[in-house]
Design a protein around this ligand. Sequence first.
Ligand SMILES: Cc1cc2nc3c(=O)[nH]c(=O)nc-3n(C[C@H](O)[C@H](O)[C@H](O)COP(=O)(O)OP(=O)(O)OC[C@H]3O[C@@H](n4cnc5c(N)ncnc54)[C@H](O)[C@@H]3O)c2cc1C
Length: 358
Amino acid sequence: MGRGVQGITVYSTRFGDLVKVTIVGRGLAGAWLAHELTSRGVAVRIFDNGHHDTASRVAAGLINPTTGTRPRSAWRSDVLMAHVRTAYANLEKSTGVKALVERKIRRVFRTPDDERLWRIATERGVGVEWQAIGQHTVDGVPMPYGGVEYDGAVVDTNATLMALEAVDGITVEEREVETIELEDSDAVVWCTGWQAANHELWKWLPWQPVKGEIIDAQISGPALTGVYLRGIWVIPATGSAPSKGMQNVRIGSTHTWDDLNAGPTKEARESLVETASILLDRDMVVTAHRAAVRPAMRSKRPVIGRHPACPEHIILNGLGTRGALWAPWAATQLVNHLLDGAPLDPEVNIHRWWGSDV
Ligand SMILES: Cc1cc2nc3c(=O)[nH]c(=O)nc-3n(C[C@H](O)[C@H](O)[C@H](O)COP(=O)(O)OP(=O)(O)OC[C@H]3O[C@@H](n4cnc5c(N)ncnc54)[C@H](O)[C@@H]3O)c2cc1C
């Protein structure tokens, strides 16, 4: 029996008995979901429109367990950090690809007040083991007001997408999907990133997509041995050792809410170069500049679950600025929910928004 929902027709439904699932969109969300489903014996078909400048392809993949200029522990960071490390260790075991690299994160204080804010944060419980850095240079980076360092990680998102494709062996069908007929699937999971904000099924959710720009650059001088944070971040590129005195780094990123469609801009590039040059105290040569839109929500949480009125349609989205950290965990949440009936974390459950004035 078919059911029409604003142009979408669903023909087959077997709740609690998912045998075949269609996934639309293969960024980090779709790829980790496909991995979880196939590892639980569910047959998966994936469609993706093949766009190049997607959030998952552009992202720097930084995993920072703290957040904010008034620092605090990132949401569920203890659970999520453990989950992401296990997920990537398992991926490495089955593919030999090391897509997650542990990195020291060095937060460079901008003013003497930053030290006070950090102390307050630690009294509240910032959720990381940290060491103070005195007022000196580290890797040639001046720290006139000192700083702190703690453990974080960087994920190579493109390597992740390739490794998951290799291990799952699913050929992605290149197609823009707007409506879908589920003649041979039990459900469709929409992992379409920020574009879901414009889709008939999902536009009622509290979207707040954010464009970001990022540059790749070569720097001379002492090699960076960690990630440096001060308003922006500078990340030593994974997998490339400094050569001829030059080191590849990624620098980002910007946040723009009112200009979601344009590509890289001169203003963002100049601003990133200027801020990074001051932070690192050296010149740089820009080698690449890209832009993409993050699928962020006003709740600053993922959004997961079955559409309340059309439960054959499911969403895994809202990874915002933290897809590298959240994607494996969010995929596990959804799969445990669909296959085992495990409750979704209430903060990510799509049902919290249904009927609310979002
Ligand atoms: C500049 C920048 C820097 C970032 N840095 C970091 C970082 O350091 N750390 C971090 O954790 N996160 C970072 N992020 C965020 C991270 O990239 C996202 O959270 C994550 O990639 C979102 O993944 P996704 O799969 O939900 O969406 P996407 O990556 O957008 O994937 C959606 C996929 O669906 C496809 N699609 C969309 N609509 C359709 C359709 N109708 N039919 C078929 N296919 C469709 C798209 O082409 C795409 O392939 C950054 C993002 C940006 C833009």
